[in-house]
Design a protein around this ligand. Structure first.
Ligand SMILES: [Mg+2]
Length: 327
């Protein structure tokens, strides 16, 4: 009989690392999950599928794996990592031969190319070349560079085409350009899909007071489009805790591995990691090594289990599943 095997999905920041430092013992757990076999008493060659799911992005999955490996001494590969835009890859694939706008901070051109997009403008390129905002000085050298980049992508065959979708793949930091350009596109085509990869309203990080996060940009855009143009934009939400993201990860795991039983989610953020896991029905483990520092459990988005850290979460899962590491 083939006993079902659990899979583990973990958040990164606040569980594995905090900024650039390892959270104690998380490297030991990672090493075991990536390299060891487990036994359930009768089978001794069990591997536990282990994936990372983060609302971070702004780089490729390979870069994220490499930077994490540098910090942790681990051997994550690109396909261990789901960044905020990773679940959009199949949708981006449908836009391979169509014109799109890609927005947000980070390495947009590299992300677009890594997602096999051919005909795209980054928000900086589009804004500087076709939709400049008032009072901003545009460096002629930078404009020449944008023109050269676009030429290299053979964009002239798209010259008379409309932009068909907007992908905001990381926090927009140039709000004015983004709001203006996206609003102008929506005015021409009110149904244009706008994909966003994060809906957090604030984030804490190292700051004394919480900072406005991606979600406030989307709310601003919606509000402007409604108030000024009476348009309800077609926004499609991804990123934790959206069901779109959790469903994508679940299908991916079932596609890659046979006999998957429970998928466990380990996270430090009740409103994102735990809410998403609880909504899709994965057993959730809330750790105390990051955002959550509360009492027994989070009142709004309670973890199924509350544990100290990744090590405790890992031991709990092994115990629940009757698994032991093969030394
Ligand atoms: Mg976190």
């Amino acid at each position: 009989m083939n006993k079902l095997i659990p899979a583990i999905v973990s958040d990164i920041d606040g569980v594995l690392v905090r900024g650039k430092s390892i959270i104690p013992n998380s490297d030991t757990v990672v090493k075991q999950l990536l390299n060891c076999h487990f036994t359930n008493g009768s089978r001794h060659n069990i591997r536990i599928p282990f994936y990372l799911l983060t609302n971070g992005g702004g780089c490729t999955e390979l870069e994220k794996a490499n930077s994490l490996n540098k910090i942790m001494g681990s051997n994550f590969k690109r396909n261990h990592i789901f960044l905020n835009y990773t679940p959009l890859r199949p949708i981006m694939n449908e836009y391979q031969n169509r014109l799109i706008l890609i927005c947000g901070a980070g390495k947009l051109t590299e992300i677009a190319k890594d997602c096999d997009l051919k005909y795209f403008y980054t928000i900086d390129e589009y804004s500087a070349l076709y939709d400049q905002v008032a009072f901003k000085q545009y460096d002629p050298e930078m404009i020449r560079q944008y023109e050269a980049d676009i030429k290299q992508r053979k964009m002239e065959q798209m010259r008379n085409k409309q932009i068909e979708a907007v992908f905001i793949v990381f926090d927009p930091i140039k709000w004015e350009e983004s709001v203006q350009t996206i609003s102008n596109l929506v005015k021409v085509n009110k149904d244009i899909p706008i994909y966003v990869v994060n809906n957090d309203v604030t984030y804490a990080d190292q700051f004394k007071l919480p900072r406005l996060a991606f979600g406030t940009f989307t709310n601003t855009l919606i509000s402007i489009l409604r108030k000024e143009y009476n348009i309800n934009p077609n926004i499609i939400y991804y990123g934790k805790p959206s069901l779109n993201t959790f469903r994508y990860v679940q299908s991916y795991i079932h596609e890659k591995h046979e006999n998957i039983g429970n998928i466990y989610m380990i996270g430090d953020n009740p409103a994102s990691d735990i809410r998403g896991a609880n909504t899709i029905g994965w057993p959730s483990l809330l750790v105390r090594s990051g955002v959550f520092r509360g009492g027994d459990n989070d009142p709004k988005d309670p973890g199924k289990y509350v544990v100290k850290d990744l090590m405790e979460a890992y031991n709990k899962i092994l115990q629940l599943e009757g698994l032991k590491v093969v030394q």
